[in-house]
Design a protein around this ligand. Sequence first.
Ligand SMILES: [Zn+2]
Length: 270
Amino acid sequence: MQTYTLGKGPPEVAVVGGIHGDEPCGEAAISRLVAADPSVERGVKLIIANEMARDRGVRYVDADLNRTFDGGEGDGHEHELARILAAEVRGLTTLSIHSTRSYAHPFAIVNGVGGAAGEVVTRLPVDAVVDVANDLGGRLFELEATPLVEVECGLQGSKAAIDSAERVTRAFLAATGALVPAPEAHTVPIYQMGTPVSKPPARSYRVPVENFQQVERGETFAHADDRRFIADDPFYPVLFSADGYADIFGYVGERAGSLRPGEDGTVVAD
Ligand SMILES: [Zn+2]
């Protein structure tokens, strides 16, 4: 793990990149920020998390780091790293940078749209926010008293994802008062993350639908070799892709209103 700090005071906000070793945009954005060394109004901690996985060009070495924050006593590289990283960011308003195989534009993931995380989201350049709604599964969201926004910054390995990650990081630092001025708030549609959609072993997969676009009842949303998967009920695909995960296509999402700036400057969900 590599840690940098900006500013003189004790860090109050944190940015974490490289939780997954095969998602280079977070580390690249942090490196750009360290090189630019902007003057900040609050102490900032910047962390490149899983260098061993990065060096091997894999998502993880022993276990998915973003599924190991459940406080367990597990062995292996990522369980050890989870304990160290948790201690580094606990209590800090935190951005965790990711990228996907599912969607080219940035979108946020939060656990609950209220509070500091929801406020921050409306000031980020994101198309949507996905609420995991307490289905934590060992994600970094498990850390208590640590407002967290994850952002999927675009397609894994793309130059566009690096540029997006840098824009998102600067917007996050401005939204949390570390950089000035604060960005304008905007309306962001909320999707609640539902059940995972499992996929059977196959030689090839295809996903003909778009994330965050409603799939109608009876529509084919995925193929595994010659097999077609047809929606029993309408849903919004979230984190859907042919090859992003080993055993699921993605998640069933539901529209759940929008986060929008209120009249007195607060953020409301409706
Ligand atoms: Zn990731």
